[in-house]
Design a protein around this ligand. Structure first.
Ligand SMILES: Nc1ncnc2c1ncn2[C@@H]1O[C@H](COP(=O)(O)OP(=O)(O)OP(=O)(O)O)[C@@H](O)[C@H]1O
Ligand SMILES: [Mg+2]
Length: 294
């Protein structure tokens, strides 16, 4: 789907969008070059702290891809490398490359990356507490000059009806509502790709279900490609078509969501609630590290 077509589809509202769905199915997209292609990147913070050590992943157009891993694995760093936000934390991609639609984007300023169509929903929501929902949503449209911003605010309210009812300051929204607002703000940029950092964080199981089913709808209706970082592997693999598992700055396993769900090691360490007791995935004897990226 072309950019113009995608945008008119968004503003046409969710009711008329079912036709667009089939065009963007991951299966069809997988045959072409990935929309987002991260190739063997190394990232350092403060010039010295090496955090990503040759990380590679691919996100096909129209897909939801999950990036899973324990605390400190480097998931957020990966998203910030893609969105350019690393720069704001004195981080840098020192090796490898990040291709978006075939063009290299590492080193580009974050606002220019937003203009190209990649929008990151940061961990911990980061909405502006002393603004209303509508004001927060308008912030998401900062790159736009068209006249359809009001239509898109209505569209966000159709996905998240409870946001419309809460007319006060966003700081008084519940955790789940703030997460919805953060996702809605991303939609306001009319992105091609949304990078989501732990949308399940701090939400009750019921709300996780609700938010993830809306994430799925957004992907299906609008054709927005989603790279989804999660510690909640079960929730992420319920909506993703493909997943990557990372440890200590590298991908240690990847596969279709079904393959990962059925993988005994993934079950034990990421789906079984082993919690803090979990051993290092890469030290498992049964685990065969894939070499294809190296
Ligand atoms: N701004 C920074 N400066 C220096 N080191 C950082 C910075 N941000 C992250 N790190 C380090 O990089 C590593 C990876 O952090 P990152 O936040 O990417 O992990 P994560 O997988 O997102 O973890 P979590 O699940 O806890 O969010 C950690 O060791 C962290 O301490
Ligand atoms: Mg993180």
């Amino acid at each position: 789907m072309g950019e113009v077509e995608a945008h008119s589809t968004i503003s046409a509202g969710i009711k008329n969008m079912t036709e667009a769905t089939t065009i963007n199915r991951p299966a069809a997209a997988a045959q072409t070059a990935p929309l987002l292609n991260v190739r063997n990147i190394e990232v350092v913070y403060d010039k010295v702290i090496l955090v990503l050590r040759g990380l590679s992943l691919e996100v096909p157009k129209g897909a939801i891809v999950a990036l899973l891993g324990a605390n400190g694995a480097g998931k957020s760093t990966t998203l910030k490398a893609i969105s350019g936000l690393l720069k704001t934390e004195d981080g840098e991609v020192i090796r490898g490359e990040i291709l978006f639609d075939g063009e290299r984007i590492n080193g580009i300023d974050p606002d220019k990356i937003v203009r190209r169509g990649i929008f990151q929903v940061m961990e911990g929501r980061r909405i502006i507490a002393d603004m209303t929902s509508i004001e927060n949503l308008k912030l998401g449209a900062f790159t736009r000059t068209d006249k359809e911003i009001a239509d898109d605010i209505d569209m966000v309210f159709r996905y998240f009806p409870r946001l419309k009812e809460r007319t006060g300051l966003a700081g008084y929204l519940s955790g789940g509502e703030q997460q919805m607002l953060a996702i809605g703000r991303a939609l306001m940029a009319r992105p091609k790709v949304i990078l989501m950092d732990e949308p399940s964080m701090g939400l009750s199981p019921l709300l996780v279900k609700e938010v993830f089913s809306i994430i799925k709808e957004i992907n299906r209706d609008l054709g927005v490609t989603i790279l989804l970082v999660e510690q909640n592997a079960r929730a992420a693999l319920s909506v993703a078509s493909h997943g990557y598992i990372m440890e200590q700055g590298k991908v240690v396993l990847d596969g279709t969501a079904g393959e990962l769900r059925d993988n005994e090691d993934v079950k034990e360490f990421y789906l079984g609630g082993a919690g803090d007791q979990r051993k290092s995935f890469k030290n498992l004897k049964s685990f065969k590290r894939r070499k294809r990226w190296l």
